[in-house]
Design a protein around this ligand. Structure first.
Ligand SMILES: [Zn+2]
Length: 274
């Protein structure tokens, strides 16, 4: 498949399907002669062989990471060694994974030096505070990591993730008039702008649901979660609780009073998904 810039974008799905990873984590190869890998994926059996097939015998200019979660970056160091390529990510992502590499600020460009295209780093905290998306230029395709997924919505992993930051990141990407989105999980999305607006609306609606649950007397994180999400698959309860805590923290961050809610103290993030 080609990004709307005409630059080839190829990918595979890691063998780590699950409630949080959907059909699995996606690793992308951008370019034709010399590649950028976006998110090499989890350190699981078979992952390196899949990466080798994706890359073939082409040189890898750089390995970009969207964030430090293990399902995206677990194999980053091994992949950097295998392909002889540097890693580029936000400074916080590099620190969290203990990686050397190029620390990217918002607007920094990465790419093969003589290629007519590049990736532009978009600092996009929200799902996690270290998150970076990448705009493929020329064109408007965006690699969204876990900011936007192919289906459903993405958890905000409080306290690292923040609702306010998430809404701001949606606005940031929307301001670039995005085209196709390549998410970290799930199928590419052709109308990126519509999906980002859906995500922003969904997040605001979730927030109203949390506020209504509190008004109705929900007195614990679990009660708010049941009111907002109903019955959940047991594997999703922790992620939903983390999102509820993120919404409660957002109320406080707006200078508003929170009624007493049991279970506010975080039991210990991170939710590490392989
Ligand atoms: Zn993640």
């Amino acid at each position: 498949m080609h990004g709307d810039s005409g630059v080839p974008v190829a990918w595979f799905v890691a063998s780590n399907p699950g409630p949080l990873t959907l059909d699995g984590s996606r690793s992308y190869a951008v370019g034709s002669d010399e590649l950028i890998i976006v998110d090499p994926g989890p350190a699981i059996i078979g992952q390196m062989e899949q990466l080798e097939r994706l890359v073939g015998n082409r040189p890898v200019a750089v390995i970009c990471l969207t964030h430090a979660h293990a399902d995206h970056a677990g194999i980053a160091e091994l992949a950097a060694q295998r392909f002889g390529a540097p890693v580029a990510a936000s400074g916080e992502t590099l620190t969290r994974r203990g990686l050397a590499g190029r620390s990217l600020e918002d607007g920094d460009q990465v790419g093969p030096s003589d290629a007519p295209w590049r990736l532009v780093a978009l600092r996009t905290p929200g799902h996690s505070s270290d998150h970076t998306a990448y705009l493929l230029e020329p064109g408007r395709a965006v690699f969204t990591g876990d900011l936007v997924l192919g289906t459903g919505s993405s958890a905000i992993l409080h306290p690292d993730g923040e609702v306010g930051a998430c809404l701001e990141s949606f606005r940031h990407v929307l301001s670039l008039d995005p085209g196709r989105l390549y998410p970290g999980h799930g199928q590419p999305i052709d109308d990126g702008e519509a999906r980002l607006r859906e995500y922003a609306n969904h997040r605001l609606e979730r927030h109203r649901q949390v506020e209504r649950a509190l008004e109705a007397g929900a007195g614990s994180v679990a009660e708010v979660r049941r009111s907002v999400y109903g019955d959940l698959d047991v594997d999703l309860v922790r992620a939903a609780d983390a999102s509820v805590r993120a919404h409660l923290a957002y109320i406080v961050s707006q200078g508003r009073e929170l009624p007493p809610v049991a279970g506010l103290d975080d039991p210990g993030h991170p939710i590490e998904v392989e």
